[in-house]
Design a protein around this ligand. Structure first.
Ligand SMILES: CCC1=C(C)C2=CC3=N/C(=C\c4[nH]c(/C=C5\NC(=O)C(C)=C5CC)c(C)c4CCC(=O)O)C(CCC(=O)O)=C3CCN2C1=O
Length: 501
């Protein structure tokens, strides 16, 4: 029975799928789990013995079965095992071996080296150098990510390469794309957070590169099963969640490769490549793509840092002028109200209100006093801390819909510990139309399992009751002003106490 649900509660089910311990690999390579102390096999993928030309049951001694591998593993670098890559000989042929540690074990993955000579690193290097030279342009983000999509697709030969950027809620938008027309364009489309659930995002921060050469692969079990199972988070060959394979089938893609874009250590986005037919990419080309993506990520990080620095500098100057106005005024509230435009500029707001038990001041575009006091009562009832921010107040406080035009965004700081006294900033509703890749609210439950939506055709949604989001630097500026106000209130209280002694 299929029922298309509109709730997303089932998506939590997705986020609980243990994708890091599938107990199987994709068949484009071989995997061994090794005890680094004894150099004995703990587990082997079911295709290992045949591919590597040696018996590899659990307990097999590698020095006896695969002397070249044992030799490679005895090197310090290997046992230190970051992700170490070496070429070794086995079964009369060369293999590219990638090593990493997983708990107490060493995991060794083997792939056949590329046949094509133009995929050697010395042939790839000039292309990488030319790409990194384009990063020095003072181009905008669209130009930089457009370069990146074109360069990665030229390296991998997929039908489409796109740059996918996460927003604060982990929804994502396709901000750049390069394709040969075989697959539909997704440029400008948004996809819901549930399409890449939290445990997948966590994994993609740890393991930057993933490849699925053919979604119709038959998983190769890793034998014998052990408890606890070996964590394959860092294994390139890790078998992929069946729900994602179904997602790709629904998307009309038979192969994929994705590279995480890490900015300041966080998952900023992905470069995702797709092909309509099975398509594999050699380890050398994958390494070249990873290098290019991280070079672009470093450029993005530098751009974001300098933009943040400029905003923090500007907001710091505004704060300085505000403090001067408060210090010069007989009452700091009066000083803030008289500094009107500066008060709004402090966080990029269009209105503000200062509310205490006996007083009320409004600046710019703010709701009526009753509406503001309803917000304060709601903040107090929620037991909010010293600062609260939301871009969509009415989705949390329904009565705020009546003044969403001026106050959809709320940034509030508590300015007294003794009684309900708040400084609130407001931002107006920004009505916008978002194009999703398919209806983001639809998940399909069948036989108790969640299935990805079947359509990714552009699906328009009008977003209401929402303002532009508060940026980290604006939140920090609000905190800085709060600290200054609390300091002034404290000093005035001490002066008053001294006078009355
Ligand atoms: C067009 C923009 C775009 C999107 C939105 C997208 C989605 C995407 N989902 C990925 C992974 C997963 N999605 C899911 C789950 C879901 N996807 C859904 O649509 C739904 C409803 C679920 C929960 C059931 C899971 C479990 C995984 C982990 C798979 C694994 O690595 O084992 C992955 C990562 C898989 C990979 O990197 O190979 C992607 C990247 C591909 N991709 C895109 O190019």
């Amino acid at each position: 029975m299929t029922d298309a649900r509109d709730d997303t509660a089932d998506l939590d089910l997705c986020a609980r799928e243990p994708i890091h311990i599938p107990g199987a690999i994709q068949p484009y390579g071989v995997l061994l789990v090794i005890d680094p102390g004894t150099l004995r096999v703990v587990q082997a993928s079911a295709n290992a013995a045949e591919k590597l030309g040696a018996p590899l049951e659990a307990g097999t001694s590698l020095p006896a079965a695969l002397p070249a591998l044992a030799e490679a593993l005895s090197g310090d670098a290997a046992l230190e095992a970051g992700a170490d890559q070496q070429r070794i000989e086995a079964a009369g042929r060369h293999w590219q071996m990638t090593l990493h540690r997983s708990g107490a074990h060493l995991v060794a993955e083997f792939e056949a080296p590329p046949a094509a000579e133009d995929e050697t690193m010395d042939r790839l290097f000039p292309r990488l150098r030319r790409f990194t030279e384009t990063l020095t342009d003072d181009g905008d983000l669209a130009r930089l990510t457009g370069h990146l999509a074109r360069h990665v697709r030229a390296l991998t030969g997929h039908d489409r390469a796109l740059v996918y950027r996460f927003d604060a809620e982990w929804n994502g938008e396709v901000i750049a794309e390069d394709g040969n027309g075989r697959l539909p364009s997704y440029l400008g489309l948004r996809f819901p957070a549930g399409d890449i659930p939290a445990q997948a995002r966590r994994l993609y921060r740890l393991s930057r590169l993933r490849m699925i050469p053919d979604i119709d692969y038959r998983p190769v079990p890793i034998m014998p099963a052990i408890d606890p199972p070996v964590d394959l988070s860092l294994a390139t060959l890790r078998s992929v969640s069946p729900v994602h394979l179904e997602y790709m089938r629904n998307m009309g893609t038979a192969a994929s490769m994705s590279v995480s874009i890490l900015v300041a250590g966080e998952l900023w986005g992905l470069v995702a490549c797709h092909s309509a037919r099975p398509h594999a990419v050699s380890l050398n080309i994958r390494n070249a793509c990873d290098f290019a993506v991280q070079a672009a990520a470093a450029r993005i990080e530098a751009r974001e840092r300098s933009a943040g620095d400029a905003l923090r500098l500007r907001l710091g100057e505004v704060l300085g002028r505000l403090l001067g106005r408060m210090a010069a005024a007989s009452d700091w509230r009066r000083g803030l109200v008289e500094a009107g435009p500066e008060l709004l500029a402090q966080v990029g707001a269009s209105g503000a209100a200062i509310v205490a038990e006996g007083s009320y001041h409004a600046v710019g575009d703010a709701p009526e006093e009753a509406g503001v006091r309803a917000i304060v009562a709601w903040l107090e009832a929620r037991g909010e801390g010293d600062l609260y921010a939301t871009p969509a107040l009415a989705t949390l406080l329904p009565e705020a819909a009546s003044f969403a035009a001026v106050a959809s965004g709320l940034l509030a700081i508590r300015i007294s510990e003794l009684h309900p006294s708040w400084l609130l900033w407001f931002r107006p509703e920004v009505v916008r139309t978002v194009s999703w890749g398919g209806d983001p609210h639809k998940t399909v439950a069948e036989h108790g399992r969640i299935h990805p939506r079947a359509s990714f055709a552009a699906w328009q949604e009008q977003v209401r009751l929402t303002a532009l989001p508060w940026r980290p630097a604006e939140i920090t500026a609000a905190q800085d002003l709060r600290a200054a106000i609390v300091g002034i209130v404290l000093r005035k209280a001490e002066e008053l106490a001294a006078l009355t002694q």
